[in-house]
Design a protein around this ligand. Sequence first.
Ligand code: NAD
Length: 476
Amino acid sequence: MKQLYINGAWLDGASSSANINPSNTNDIIDHYAVADAQQTELAIAAAAAAAPGWALSNIQMRADALDKIGSEILARREELGILLSREEGKTKPEGIGEVVRAGNIFKFFAAECLRLRGDKIPSVRPNLDVEVTREPVGVVGIIAPWNFPIAIPSWKIAPALAYGNCVVMKPAELVPGSTWALTEIISRAGLPPGVFNLVMGHGAVVGAALLNDRRVNAISFTGSVATGKKVAMAAMGRLAKVQIEMGGKNPLVILDDADLATAVYCAVQGSYFSTGQRCTASSRLIVGKNIYPRFVEAVKQELAKLAVGDALAAGTDIGPVVDANQLEQDMNYIRIGKDEGATLAYGGERLDGPSPGFYLRPALLTDASNDMRISREEIFGPVASVIPADSYEHALFLANDTEFGLSSGIVTTSLKHATHFKRHAQAGMVMVNVPTAGVDYHVPFGGSKASSYGSREQGTYAAEFFTTVKTAYCGV
Ligand code: NAD
């Protein structure tokens, strides 16, 4: 049984849950403690008690702790990558890649501890100095989704600690294992008790307790739009700082002048790898009408080469869907697409694997339009629709015609169109001749419109959320 981590001690939960491998539902990874509201409150109290001391802690000590955490994550990339793939279902290379990203994030923020800077500004009044400094926010509640079980917790925890905040971390119910392993590493990094706490459990219990407790000064959330809205309302209701990353319906525009091989690579990689379970996955392929038949044919040929199977098996390209509910959602949207008049040009059927798992052949729906539900609602699986476009202007219009705005891509050999697209795509991230998914760890991450709310995550921009600005006047 893997326990909760509260105030520097390992504690049993109020109950426990089994962490099940989506590649093989007979494989139970372990049992993980599930906290109740009182235990969450204990963790919040511990973080609140530790906050004043940690806020003033030595920055070299913080840097050393984060660096140590990053080094151990990187040294154990294989083992942690396997655990991640086993609980979430992305392939082993993808799991290891995510672990490396997490390690690099801790290393990045270890160095950021030493780079906090402020401003000294001349006053407009005589005999006065003005200083602007960044200070910790206090206690940060972190609520994470299941699809990046170590990278997303890391990109929230590392800046929170670096900038002097205490953390109460709640991973997603489906994937407690990677965050638990991360916590075990953090527990040996020399942080004072209460600075970092792990409470596994249900959103409606642990999440709600974090949202409603006045001692939690800021909430950093990643997940669905439906939950994100609730989180925003609750946090704003008590004037807590809030940062919310939500879903996407990311377009990939393929212009008639695109290099076909690049277009197919971007579409297949961006739409289907990590089983399409990435918030930045391309789910709308908006394709010029001249290249359309060649593009669809080439994508189908490429999809036929992909091996769908056990996430840990050598040679698997696409692992299973994360659980039975998500599989049902994916298959339901494929049915909806067909009912709406789209053509299921490839895949979409449930597959029997070597073991009982949630295997789905990647689905390509062609002849779609942008007003179908499959083009408007986030599916979050290995399902993409192809929407024809008459011109660049039409393609840009379709790309922007969505409530979301996370990542927006274009494949073109035209500098003019690439430049225009970078400027006019309504998204937080724009990709030219690369897949919509796949980002660097040291630059800002986030979206516009309904995809994000609040300030950006990652890179130096993370300071905006995890610090608060103080302006001090001093008579001289
Ligand atoms: P979800 O919204 O169901 O759950 C996210 C987290 O919120 C979980 O930890 C859950 O327990 C918690 N939660 C649920 N109800 C809650 C409540 N009432 N109060 C407080 N917390 C609550 O999302 P999910 O299914 O885990 O993740 C998939 C979603 O995440 C997709 O929409 C995807 O696009 C999005 N996502 C976005 C990004 C991004 O950075 N934009 C990255 C990854 C995933």
